[in-house]
Design a protein around this ligand. Sequence first.
Ligand SMILES: O=C(O)CCC(=O)C(=O)O
Ligand SMILES: [Fe+2]
Length: 277
Amino acid sequence: MDRSEAGSPGNRLARESATMNWAAALYDLVTPLDYDWNAQQHMREQFLRFGYVKLPGFISAAALQLIKNELDELARLSRRRDFIMPGYATPRSLSVLSGSMIKAHSPFLYSLYHHYALRRCVENIVGRTVYSCTHPEEYMVANFLHHQDDTHGWHLDDPPYALVIFAEIPGENDGGALEVVANWTDLCRRKNRKPDQAIDDLISWAEENGLVDRHYHQAGDAYLLRADVNLHRVSPLVHAGSRRAVVNLAFQCTAVAHYGATANLLYSAESDHVRRP
Ligand SMILES: O=C(O)CCC(=O)C(=O)O
Ligand SMILES: [Fe+2]
């Protein structure tokens, strides 16, 4: 687009109205997030006990459509990853969009991350103040599973709180479920194991002993996970043609936090050489 075109009233109006739409949707999206006191207490208790709470119908149909459209556009900028994460030795087969890409290309999602009402909703559930994640790539990411066998393998996050919002999700028997081994770091302490080193056999043991919880969601749902102590993964997509798209908003429980290397391996541009042919 040349300069005169960009400045023409038609284009300006189109741009302004696009901005208005997402600003209005953002308002719709965050205003219904005040749960009543009883529901909130129940969620807080669930979160404390299991490290996971489901937030069904977290966003309105209109907001879902907007997020979905936004992610459809942004998916073109996503980066393909196919590698085994060192340490955990678990697969990453998905396409990702990092926090810095979201900041550069999606004012809507960037504003969503910082919106006070959404932040308050998280704080009400976890029962304490939360802080913005200070990692420039990991504070907010989008993850796309678009191929058969795509999976986001077993791991812990560095930031303690993950709010994951679903834009697209396959059917219940088609993979893409969230699987969680609750209190993984406690289990590892008891078994004298490192939580992030060669964990295959311990996961099999957890599976055999019924310790893997499976959570199913629908588009428009969200969940809040205590992601630094509860091992989790997204199970592999069963069929070609299935699609799963989420945004993950991360929060810290302290103003300052230390970050390891795994987020950089998955989300930074330096990892772009690891591509599926
Ligand atoms: O996609 C999900 O449900 C989980 C995402 C996740 O674990 C992550 O981004 O760290
Ligand atoms: Fe995670």
